[in-house]
Design a protein around this ligand. Structure first.
Ligand SMILES: [Zn+2]
Length: 229
């Protein structure tokens, strides 16, 4: 009898940095309007039916729910390529941390991505609420925005005379760092996997005007997950 541990499903997966390169290349094809739509045909459907996603999926991606951010499409990825977690504002709450933990530990994706995006409505709502407190907001939505609020504290004030239009973009980036820190805090197992190097967690911003994904500083991402910043 073969030992299932001798050849685990993730044994032949690429390294975290190789996965990042694959995603970056897929995004380049997308914004250059030359997608190849990989892994979408009948063979892949059959593999999805018969097989195990843990043999295939390369990255766990936490994205905003926003319809302008179609995750598989912007990475030119197909069936069983990405384990996707979506929630407005790409926040890491206990349930989204659990989903990302599942992606890391059970789907064995070498890379975890927190993907924010420009013009994020959730971040904008949190920002506007900060500027003009006291407005009416549905209780559940207010509860969601609470996950974003700590990130707003780290956005520097706009220079004098600047209308502050760039502040939301800065908040989008800070919200990604916030999510990476929350991920490490809420999932000790993800934090441990990142420390061991079997998994890497990174942040990225999708520019929904140009279709391009900008990858954030990977060392800072590792430090955020580790709780060192
Ligand atoms: Zn959004």
């Amino acid at each position: 009898m073969s030992d299932p541990q001798a050849n685990p499903p993730h044994a032949k997966k690429p390294t975290p940095s190789e996965v990042l390169a694959i995603l970056a290349e897929g995004n380049r094809r997308f914004w250059q309007d030359s997608p190849i739509h990989p892994n979408t045909g009948p063979e892949r459907l059959e593999a999805a039916h018969q097989g195990d996603q843990a043999h295939h999926a390369l990255a766990t991606v936490l994205s905003c729910s926003d319809s302008r951010v179609p995750v598989e499409r912007i990475f030119d990825a197909g069936i069983m390529d990405l384990f996707v977690v979506r929630v407005a504002g790409n926040i890491v709450a206990p349930v989204t941390a659990a989903s990302m933990e599942y992606g890391a530990l059970h789907v064995h994706t070498p890379l975890l991505v927190v993907l924010g995006h420009t013009s994020c409505g959730a971040v904008t709502a949190a920002w506007n609420r900060r500027q003009q407190p006291g407005g009416e907001l549905e209780p559940n939505i207010a509860g969601l925005l609470e996950y974003i609020e700590p990130a707003l504290d780290r956005v520097p004030p706009a220079p004098a005379g600047d209308p502050g239009h760039g502040q939301v973009d800065l908040a989008v980036e800070e919200n990604i760092w916030q999510a990476l820190g929350d991920l490490g805090r809420l999932s000790p197992l993800v934090r441990q996997a990142c420390a061991e190097g079997t998994v890497a967690a990174v942040g990225a911003v999708y520019n929904l005007e140009y279709g391009q994904v900008r990858w954030l500083d990977q060392r800072k991402a590792a430090e955020m997950v580790a709780g060192r910043r």
